[in-house]
Ligand binder design. Sequence first.
Ligand code: AMP
Length: 485
Amino acid sequence: MNNNMDDMDTDKFHDECGVFGVYNHDSAAALVALGLHALQHRGQDACGIVTYDGIRFHSKRALGLVDQTFSKKDIIGNLPGRAGIGHNRYATSGGAELRNVQPLYADLAFGGFALAHNGNLTNVNKLRTELVEDGAIFQSSSDTETVIHLMATQKGQRVVDRLTYALQHIKGGYSLIALAEDKMIGLRDPHGIRPLLLGKFEGAYILASETCAFDIIGATLVRDIEPGEMVIISEEGVQSMRPFAEKVGSRFCVFEYVYFARPDSILEGHSVYEKRKQIGVELAKEAPCEDADVIVPVPDGGVPSAIGYAQQSGVPFELGIIRNHYVGRTFIEPEQKIRNLGVRLKHNANREMIEGKNVVLVDDSIVRGTTSRKIVEMMRSAGAKSVHMRVSSPPTKYPCFYGVNTPSEDELLAHNSSVEEIGKLIGVDSLAYVSLDGLYRAMNIESGRDAQNPVYCDACFSGDYAVELVDREIRNCAGNILKAV
Ligand code: AMP
């Protein structure tokens, strides 16, 4: 790799994000702001909106939450136009800088172009090196800019042709929305790893990462954009194209169902809440807890699967842990010291429901084990007779390279420890995870996971990476390259 790029590479790590776009509405910017607000769980570090008013583009990008930036009338008033796209970013520590906040904007030969991206590209280091050697001057360290530079290298006047050229060169798991002068474009990578859906509202077309963002404005769901599909939304309506030469099977991210998407969203026609509950049912079948008195979810992620677990096992469900909603997700805190503190700030035991009982905690995942360790300790000091833990995903053993912010392998508890060892480390009387087959059964695939045709991207559990990791680095959550695979 080009040495001069090392600095840039340290934060070139695209994370969990939410995207939202509106085409053909008088209040485009305000609708985008509302959509981003509903997608805030997908990224809390930065947000941005770009609109087009028929003559020029307008942009506002900021670090911080949507309601801190876009609730103000004067800001929305400065974003005129009937078309707009927006983005929420969940950056790693190194990447939380204004220059990386999206949507990115560029003046290309055909006119203005704004782009927002949810996911990660796996060959950007390679592409970027080639582009820089050919004279490109990058302004940010975001993966998204690579797409714009690839488009800029082409001669044609048609946006779609230039974008298609770029798409044929990038690899990864991503959904994109783009805004040009006369169209809004939405697309998903060939495997459809990240979500993107089409909706309608008062004659306008809407694109969003999740349907909860349609609900906030009262839009109706039209359909999921298909894996490998590009939709072009213009005055003429919606046109569908297939820009990718490669034909591959769908591999939607199963972790969206486990944790990431909001439970009130509908993805691929499935209620995320129902799927989460069903995982709890499978978990109860696979790993019952004989002497359980109470099933307690670790809020909020563990709630639907704990309901499923309780219903299947016939054991009462109680809110034995109360969460303080005014504290951000502990996971985003960059230092272990702060994470420890964060967990204590966030949860408290509901002693009445715990004292003298055999408690079964249900959580969606164990990553570093920080949350579980603290919560188990909390249950014991609230007087639990015994503490068991059931996890509604298989052990998280491998980092995600397709847009979910997971730490590197050495920080992933399950990468280096057996289930028994993890149980000891977090201090429970028993620990069990749902199996990969059980997870697939909860997704209505009765025969479990077919290794030849897995249907979902489950790389974080299986290590089976759907898209080639061309850059082949393992990076930690600050984006620093740790080692070659
Ligand atoms: P840890 O404390 O590191 O074991 O993190 C586990 C907790 O983080 C679980 O309660 C999950 O709900 C949550 N979690 C899992 N994956 C992610 C993620 N990619 N981003 C933010 N939070 C996560």
